[in-house]
Design a binder for this molecule. Structure first.
Ligand code: KIV
Length: 290
């Protein structure tokens, strides 16, 4: 039996190299929040490589190339030494590996805080060299001018408020934010400032749940929670955390798998085979055909 299938490969200037499916767009993500509510929560995971993007793509609305790759991929002690070049290399890989999800790339520490102009130079490089649809940057009211500058120049921005890991030295660690009334009010004001400035959505990380709920109710763009609340408009996790690649994870992570154990056991199996000369077997060696 022969199988016939037809690919829609029709080209246009807007689509000169047709992909098999139409990718979600930033406005489509934003439109998921209607009258202050997102009927079906948005799904976001981090991805740093093409292969992981391929595996996650159909299950997600957004793939975030987070600067958490500093710790996850490079073993750095924090996100502070992640560079623009690192983000661009991994961002391009994730775009190549995905067809469906909106790909968002983090702006690394030091690439955007000095001025809106500096942020535009960095963000436009990220967009041009990766093909991603949006960038994410950390900070609330202090970043409003920059978010507005980028948004008005065709660069969709996702905000990131609450616990902002690039500010780890100023915050004194990674503890949840919003325990005092003052901090509570500041985080809500940050959410409103980021939304007003034109961000199409925002990550709310590591805050008291009531703050995440109040912030979500007080802005008309989607909030994506991590260590926040199930009442946010969507959720994000660092992929290696949820796959169980680390021994310890923050309280807010649900481990959906224990891949570190599986990989360790698989490597032990391989090592035992090699040492016993049980690998390669005749199936895995080349011999002249008879
Ligand atoms: O860098 C990252 O992975 C992030 C998520 C934790 C939201 O910013």
């Amino acid at each position: 039996m022969s199988t016939t299938f037809v690919l829609d490969t029709s080209t246009s200037r807007a689509n000169p190299t047709p992909a098999p499916i139409k990718r979600l767009t930033v406005p489509a993500i934003q439109r998921r929040k209607v009258d202050g509510r997102t009927q079906e929560p948005l799904v976001m995971l981090t991805a740093y490589t093409a292969r992981m993007a391929q595996i996650l793509d159909t299950h997600c609305d957004m793939l975030l190339v987070g600067d958490s790759l500093g710790q996850v991929i490079y073993g750095l002690p924090s996100t502070l030494s992640v560079t623009l070049d690192m983000m661009i290399a991994h961002g391009a890989a994730v775009v190549r590996g995905s067809y469906h999800s909106v790909v968002i790339v983090d702006m690394p520490f030091g690439s955007y805080e000095a001025s809106p102009q500096q942020a535009f130079a960095s963000a436009s490089r990220i967009m041009a060299e990766t093909g991603c649809a949006a960038v994410k940057l950390e900070g609330g009211q202090a970043m409003a001018e920059t978010i507005s500058f980028l948004s008005q120049r065709g660069i969709p921005v996702m905000g990131h408020i609450g616990l902002t890991p690039q500010a780890v030295n100023a915050l004194g660690g990674y503890a949840a934010r919003g325990k005092s009334r003052e901090e509570h009010d500041k985080i809500i004001a940050d959410a409103q400032a980021v939304a007003r400035a034109g961000a199409f959505g925002m990550v709310i990380e590591g805050v008291m749940e009531e703050i995440a709920i109040a912030a979500t109710q007080s802005v008309d763009v989607p909030t994506i929670g991590i260590g926040a609340s199930a009442q946010c408009d969507g959720q994000v996790l660092v992929i290696d955390d949820m796959l169980g690649m680390f021994d310890r994870v923050p309280r807010f992570v649900k481990r959906y798998a224990d891949l570190a154990t599986s990989i360790g056991e698989t490597a032990a199996h391989y090592a035992a085979d090699v040492r016993a000369r049980n690998f390669p077997t005749e199936d895995q060696v080349y011999r002249p055909k008879k």
